[in-house]
Design a protein around this ligand. Structure first.
Ligand SMILES: Nc1ncnc2c1ncn2[C@@H]1O[C@H](COP(=O)(O)OP(=O)(O)OP(=O)(O)O)[C@@H](O)[C@H]1O
Length: 543
């Protein structure tokens, strides 16, 4: 993961440096107005300043306030842009890595957990930058700068602030922790209520039949009550925090004034003038905003660290070791769509599912794999598709090692139709082309004609341009679309994994007819007894 970070930081080093400059400018611009105000008030009080100079100083004060707002906006924009760039760089690195992870990784990690790495964990990492580390550095620098200036004007107030600030910081953290806990409790209660709604709707008949309405209502009431109580706690902390901070701020100012007038020694320490009082009040107020932000930033950094750990795990997963890119096979090898020679395979360190298995499928041939359930028929397909490497032996598709075939060359060589149709977001045409520019309109029409789906698609409201939704087609029609997708780039080898399972006899016959038309002149390896009976091809039993 360190390489990824370094690459990202190197790429955006300029932006990072510019951001640091803007942060420095922001601190400087925000710290100056009270000093100008002090000068202005002091000189107004003793009347020893020309009117034009006064006007100029007043204008300077307003200009500095405006510049402060401007630089602040620039700083926020810079932090957000840098955070977004880092997120983009990180997600791109994750996507690149995702396509090189072995099939086992996807068996061990649920798709939901993997999506969460891409969405939630990367988002928390973004917050590590835009409302975490960078903002914390900026806030800490602002506090130090204010303390330095305040100590210059009034050493006594500087000491007071150094004593009070850690206590106020602890108070802020206490409130923030309580609010966070209340929000977490509320989220858990809301999630419970949300889960209850679909559960109730799905089981509404059973609830009525078993007269469980009260029980369900009670469950809902309990989680709503928990949510309400948690929100109350959060609101309470929120409402009393600001008054407490304002009271503290006022108490510090009062204490400063009381001490400065109590004795001449104290006055020397606090060094009060009318202007300095105005400036110091402004500084005391200003110091609380970054103090409060730092508390939130620590919280963000803590949750981001958990996200970083999960991302580190993702980046630490070993990549698939692929054989070198496939060299062009000899013309003799090219003629054989599938050759399996003495292959043995088992998952991980488990026992071998099959040993010394050999098979050749030629052009125009339909071979059916048979064998008891769990014998490894689908596993053999995974080996042919290059998802796993055989323990021993070789597999060649058109003379190439399936694991070494580049992604863009796979579709014209070998395609697999599975039991269920997996749709992509887009139109009906996209389901066949998969947005692959090599699939021409003529190829789409030919694939639809071969599978008998041309008429069905022509009757759709916008023809092939109709946005796809599962309700447009029956289960059998979706399977036919899957076959049309598989043959659209005219692959030499077609793998069919129980594609007629769960279908009624009529639809099954329709699919078998479509397959017979699609199988002409290509090698077909199937796990389907029906197809075997219909095609009369070879049957190979795995044992
Ligand atoms: N990713 C995996 N990791 C470990 N074991 C697996 C994995 N996938 C499948 N298996 C195991 O391998 C064995 C063969 O599974 P496979 O799906 O290939 O059988 P099959 O012959 O296609 O069965 P069926 O006819 O029921 O579909 C099973 O015992 C299964 O539990």
């Amino acid at each position: 993961m360190r390489d990824v970070w370094l690459a990202i930081l190197r790429r955006y080093a300029l932006l990072f440096a510019a951001l640091l400059l803007v942060i420095a400018a922001d601190i400087a611009v925000n710290i100056t107005p009270p000093l100008v105000l002090q000068y202005l008030v002091d000189h107004l009080a003793d009347g020893a300043i020309a009117e034009e100079t006064l006007l100029l100083v007043a204008l300077l004060y307003f200009a500095l306030c405006a510049a402060g707002g401007l630089v602040d906006t620039l700083k926020e924009t810079g932090i957000t842009v840098l955070g977004q760039k880092i997120t983009h760089g990180l997600r791109s690195a994750m996507c690149q890595r995702l396509s090189r992870l072995p099939a086992d990784f996807f068996v061990q990690h649920e798709s939901g957990a993997l999506s969460s790495r891409f969405i939630n964990d990367v988002d928390t990492l973004e917050s590590l930058f835009d409302s975490g580390v960078v903002s914390m550095i900026a806030d800490a620098c602002t506090i130090l700068a204010i303390l330095a200036v305040v100590s210059q004007i009034s050493g006594g107030l500087g000491i007071l602030l150094v004593i009070a600030l850690p206590l106020l910081f602890l108070l802020t953290r206490y409130f923030q922790r309580r609010m966070r806990q209340a929000q977490l409790d509320n989220r858990a209660a809301v999630a419970k209520t949300s889960a209850l709604i679909p559960e109730t709707v799905d089981n509404i008949r059973t609830i009525h039949l078993c007269q469980q309405e009260r029980y369900m209502a009670e469950r809902c009431r309990v989680s709503l009550k928990q949510s309400f109580a948690a929100m109350e706690r959060s609101n309470f902390c929120d409402s009393i925090y600001s008054p407490i901070i304002i009271c503290n701020c006022t108490a510090i100012i009062c204490l400063m004034m009381a001490l400065s007038v109590s004795s001449s020694a104290m006055q020397a320490l606090f060094g009060m003038t009318v202007g300095s009082v105005v400036a110091l009040i402004a500084y005391v107020r200003r110091i609380f905003t970054p103090l409060e932000s730092i508390g939130m930033e620590i919280q963000n950094i803590q949750s981001a660290i958990a996200g970083i750990d999960r991302l580190r795990e993702f980046f630490a997963a070993p990549l698939e070791s692929l054989p070198p890119a496939a060299a062009s096979p000899s013309p003799a090898e090219q003629q054989l769509p599938l050759v399996i020679e003495h292959v043995s395979f088992g998952y991980g360190k488990g026992p071998s599912l099959f040993r010394d298995f050999s098979l050749t499928v030629r052009e125009g041939e339909t071979v059916t794999l048979a064998g008891r359930t769990g014998v490894g028929k689908t596993t053999l397909f995974k080996l042919i598709l290059g998802l796993y490497a055989p323990r021993t032996g070789n597999i060649r598709i058109c003379g190439l090692d399936p694991r070494a075939i580049p992604a863009e060359k796979r579709r014209p060589i070998c395609c697999c139709v599975e039991q269920g149709f997996t749709a992509i977001d887009g139109s009906v045409r996209d389901q066949i082309t998969l947005r692959d520019a090599r699939v021409t309109e003529a190829a789409v029409q030919e694939a639809l004609a071969l599978t008998g789906m041309a008429e069905v698609c022509a009757q759709l409201p916008q023809g092939l341009a109709t946005p796809f939704c599962p309700a447009l087609f029956s289960q059998g029609q979706r399977q036919l679309l899957g076959i049309a997708r598989a043959i659209a780039l005219n692959p030499r080898l077609l793998l069919l994994d129980e594609i007629t399972a769960n279908l009624d006899a009529l639809t099954e016959r329709q699919i078998i007819r479509a397959l017979q038309a699609a199988s002409k002149d290509r090698a077909v390896l199937s796990i389907s007894h029906r197809l075997y009976e219909a095609s009369g091809g070879k049957i190979i039993t795995l044992s």
